[in-house]
Design a protein around this ligand. Structure first.
Ligand SMILES: Nc1ncnc2c1ncn2[C@@H]1O[C@H](COP(=O)(O)OP(=O)(O)OP(=O)(O)O)[C@@H](O)[C@H]1O
Ligand SMILES: [Mg+2]
Length: 266
């Protein structure tokens, strides 16, 4: 079965989409079968994967509303070599329309269950809010990957996010874990970054990925070429960080599986 990770932070512009797209491509480069779900009406993950969001007749919106299957709506990122369940502005309407529907928080989970066996990883790029869309991401996922910038208010935002994760765990998805916290757009010359980074390690210990994504203009440029930076300029510092992140994610999965097998034996 696939490992399903939601990429979540209600704070805008912290690197969720950059992480989703480049981790998807990094895992695909490592030979894994990947589905990237764009769960944001901005459609940035769709564009960054080289798929024109304006040309799509059907998207994740139709999946959530039960108007189509993932298998019929997913498309391929030719640049990234992964499958993509795309999104565009139409998804903004789902927020309101879902409220009326049964099991409104679990619609993505139910839809993904039918294709999950075809993938090693499903990554869900969530919008910058703790809305019903993000809740669908959290209910569908086994674990949450939290990209964050090391700035003063970052830790405060994290408290809200951890609260939401706890509520989802209590009511909707008991198995939900934090996969890891990822430091993004990191500038080591900034003293505050260093301090916040150290605080993160103190509070979250082993949950903080060792890989740190530096501020790197190639990561910001790649989307305009419709390709993940990991493919478009693999030698750049930013791309190398995401290749390292993919390796770290794979290594953690391997350790977790070993742990689970050992646990099952005892
Ligand atoms: N490490 C980085 N170095 C430089 N620029 C970056 C880096 N990571 C992301 N960016 C740029 O910063 C902006 C925000 O990144 P991104 O879109 O990934 O964040 P997001 O959390 O998905 O935003 P939103 O909350 O709007 O969905 C983008 O223009 C992106 O290209
Ligand atoms: Mg985004």
């Amino acid at each position: 079965m696939a490992r399903i990770l939601a990429v979540v932070n209600q704070k805008g512009g912290v690197g969720k989409t950059t992480t989703s797209v480049n981790l998807a491509a990094g895992l695909a480069l490592a030979g894994r079968r990947v589905l990237l779900v764009d769960l944001d009406p901005q459609g940035n993950a769709t564009m960054g994967s080289g798929v024109d969001k304006r040309s799509l007749a059907r998207t994740v919106y139709h999946v959530l509303l039960g108007l189509g299957d993932v298998a019929g709506i997913r498309t391929r990122s030719e640049t990234g070599q992964y499958d993509l369940l795309p999104a565009n502005r139409e998804l903004a309407g789902a927020e309101v329309e879902l409220v009326e529907l049964p099991s409104r928080e679990a619609r993505l989970r139910e839809a993904l269950a039918r294709v999950e066996a075809q993938y090693d990883f499903v990554l869900i790029d969530c919008p910058p809010s703790l809305s019903l869309l993000t809740i669908n991401g959290l209910v569908a996922a086994q674990a949450v990957l939290i990209p964050m910038q090391c700035e003063y208010y970052a830790l405060e935002g994290l408290t809200d996010l951890v609260g939401t994760i706890k509520r989802v765990r209590a009511h909707l998805n008991p198995g939900l874990e934090i996969a890891g916290l990822l430091r993004t757009m990191y500038d080591p010359r900034n003293t505050l970054s260093l301090q916040v980074s150290q605080q993160l390690e103190t509070h979250f210990g082993g949950k903080v990925y060792r890989t740190i994504v530096p501020r790197n203009v190639r990561l910001a440029e790649a989307p305009s070429y419709g390709a993940p930076a990991v493919i478009w300029d693999r030698s750049s510092k930013g791309a190398q960080a995401y290749v390292a992140l993919a390796e770290e994610v794979l290594a953690r999965e391997a350790t977790d599986e070993q742990g689970q097998r050992a646990g099952a034996r005892t």
